[in-house]
Ligand binder design. Sequence first.
Ligand SMILES: *Cc1c(COP(=O)(O)O)cnc(C)c1O
Ligand SMILES: [Zn+2]
Length: 409
Amino acid sequence: MPTFEMKCMECGRVHDMSRPAYACSSCGNLLEISVDIDAARERLSKTNFASRRLSVWKYRELLPVTENTRIYTRGEGGTPLVRCDRLANHLGLSHLWLKFDGTNPTGSFKDRGMTMGITKAKELGMNVVTCASTGNTSASLAAYAGHAGVKCVVLIPEGKVALGKLAQAMMHGATVVSVRGNFDQALDMVMRSSDSLGMYVLNSVNPFRIEGQKTAAFEICDQLEGACPDTLYVPVGNGGNSSAYWKGFKEYEELDFVAGHPEIRGVQAVGSAPIAEMFAKGRDTMVPVQNPETVATAIRIGNPANWKKTIRAIKESEGTAFTVADDEILAAQRLMATLEGVFPEPAGAAAVAGLAKDVARGLIDRSSKIVCVSTGHGLKDPDTAIKQCSRPHVIDADMKALEKLLEDA
Ligand SMILES: *Cc1c(COP(=O)(O)O)cnc(C)c1O
Ligand SMILES: [Zn+2]
C-alpha cells in the first residue's frame, strides 16, 4: 500500500492524487487522504522528530508530500497552547488551555491548510487558485498565492467580511470578487466554475487542506507532553477544522504517540447551526439554513460542505454539536481578552462560549483536561470589538485633568 492515498470518504474508491479532484467520481462524496500509519512510523523513527521545532512541517512525514516536494511556508503552526488559570477559575474548572491559532502568519488556522494546499497546487502545476470565503480563507490563500507566485481569485459575500480580512486579501494582491449573496452561494459558484476556468479550489473541500490542519491536534498532544485532552471545544462553520482535529488525534493515537483521544464538542452560532440541529433533532441528513446570520462571520455558513465529515468525526469521538447565542460569543470574547490577554475574533471565542454554556448546564467534569480552540485573531474584526467597548476618556493635556479622571474612575 502506498503511504498516502486519496480516497472517497464514503465508497472508498481511490483517486489519482496527481490530478485536481475534490469529490468522488463514483458517488459524489468528498475525498480524504488516508495515511499508512505503519509506513509513517517507520519513516519517523529515522528522524530526530521529537527535537524538531513545533510547526506544521515538523510533521512532514505524516503529510502527503515526497522528499522532492518543494514546500511553500511562511512559518505556520507552532502556535501557543496557553494555560488559562484565571479563566478556569472564573468558570470553576481545574485544567483549561486555549490553542491560540490566531497567532498564525495571517492570523487564523487557515494558514495550516494553505501551506499544504499551495504546496500541492504548485506540485500539480496549477497557475490559478481560488476559494469562496467568509474572510480568513481568502486572506490566507491570497498570502500563500503571493508567496508561491500563482494567481488568486477569491469570492466573498458582499458586506459580510470583517475589515481586517478584506484588507489582507486586497493587500496580498488577490482578485477580490464581492458576490451579492452569501458564502454558500459563493462556494457554489467556485465549485461550478473551477474546472472550466482551470482554477484549483482551496476551500476546505480540498483534502490537502485538512491534512495541514490536522497538525494542530499533533501540536496539542506534543505541548501536553504526550497527554491528550479529555475534551476539545471547536467552532464549526464548514466543518473542515473539526474533521481535521479528529483525523489528527486519531493518527497520533494509532502511532502510539498519545493514549486515547478527546471528545469533540462542536460549537455553532444560533442562526447558523445546521450541524447542531442534526444533533438536537436526531437527524441523519443536514438541512441547510437559508439565510445564516451571526456576529461570528467566520462561521456564518448555512450549508456546510464538510457536514458528513464533521458529523462522522464528532460521533466517532462520542461528542456532540450545539449552539451558543451571539451575546454569549461576545461575552466569551471579552472574558478571554480581559482575563487571559488573548484577543480572538468572535468565531475564535465560540469554543469558550460553548464551554461556559456546558459549565452552566452541568455537562462538564470540572476536573477534566479541556482545550478550547481559538481559531482567529481579534484584530481581524476591529469593528465588532470597538462596538462592545466604552469610548476612550478624552481630556486636555493637563495633569490635573488626568488626576481628576483617575480619582473619579
Ligand atoms: C474558517 C473559520 C472557522 C470555521 O472552520 P470550518 O473549518 O469552516 O468549520 C472558525 N473560526 C475562524 C476564525 C475561521 O476562520
Ligand atoms: Zn465515492
